[in-house]
Design a protein. Structure first.
Length: 277
């Protein structure tokens, strides 16, 4: 009897240790700054997300000091989000809502400095056949502690974390992209922007420009999806990559670019880029 109790105690302790041990996939993702996406269950959407984050990771490696590892797909009902800082969430009409426990983890992720990029993929104003994801987004995001949102203004930190940008195109463009709105009176008299509790990083960005498809590359390194047409399309793809770079640098560095001490260095680098182009 005593031996049986000892065996049971050892088994319980072993299970508890296994539950306490972090998932090696997530440890690897955190260690390698891997970009993460939500697995929707729609094979085509998930494949586009993986290929898109792989393409963006390659651009980050080529152009910045950030060298992300292979993208990781996240099962919201199973995976711990505490080791992540960024999550790309493509909205799919067939995607089931996460469990209540998953929403608890998601809200903790948002409150602790994480950022979710919701992509409704419905920014098709040129007739390219994008879905209408607004109703699905409302259903999926209803249990989340999402702050009041507003279209990203032209002077937002996200417009200048690495590249100077005036818009945030993906495969589509022309629609507003939304982020946390500063509360009334949040801007000080000296013009210093509002800084939220997440080091100035909005916890949520929402748009419909189908960014993953603009970033996506195949095994041969070539784009998988068309963007616009001709030279204008390739210029739009380049701007989509620049938005992705700005986004990840924004997530990793917070709002430091709003500090004017960085302006001279930023301008010098931008002048060098213009000379090289």
């Amino acid at each position: 009897m005593r031996l049986a109790l000892i065996c049971i105690a050892l088994l319980v302790a072993s299970i508890a240790r296994a539950q306490d041990e972090p998932d090696p996939r997530l440890v690897r993702a955190a260690d390698e700054v891997a970009l993460a996406y939500v697995v929707t269950g729609d094979g085509k959407v998930d494949a586009a997300s993986e290929a898109g984050l792989r393409g963006l990771s390659q651009v980050l490696t080529d152009r910045t000091t950030v060298e992300p590892g292979e993208p990781i797909g996240i099962d919201l009902d199973r995976d711990d989000l505490s080791l992540l800082t960024f999550l790309y969430w493509p909205v799919s009409e067939s995607q089931p809502a996460p469990t209540p426990q998953a929403y608890v983890r998601l809200n903790h992720f948002l409150r602790s400095g994480g950022l979710i990029l919701f992509d409704t993929r419905d920014g098709d104003i040129a007739g390219l056949g994008g879905p209408d994801g607004k109703a699905t987004l409302q259903r999926l995001a209803a249990p989340l502690d999402v702050p009041p949102l507003a279209p990203i203004p032209v002077d937002h930190v996200l417009t200048r974390t690495f590249y100077l940008l005036h818009e945030f195109p993906g495969r589509y463009h022309g629609q507003d992209v939304w982020a946390e709105a500063p509360p009334a009176g949040a801007e000080a008299a000296d013009g210093v922007p509002f800084r939220n509790l997440n080091d100035g990083v909005t916890p949520v960005i929402i748009g419909g420009n189908s960014w993953a498809e603009a970033w996506a590359i195949g095994d041969n390194g070539l784009p998988l999806f068309s963007v616009g047409s001709g030279l204008d399309g390739e210029r739009q793809r380049e701007l989509a990559y620049r938005f992705g770079v700005n986004l990840i640098m924004y997530v990793l560095t917070g709002n430091y670019k709003s500090d004017q001490v960085h302006v001279p260095a930023l301008l010098d680098r931008l002048r060098q880029e213009e000379v090289m182009q």
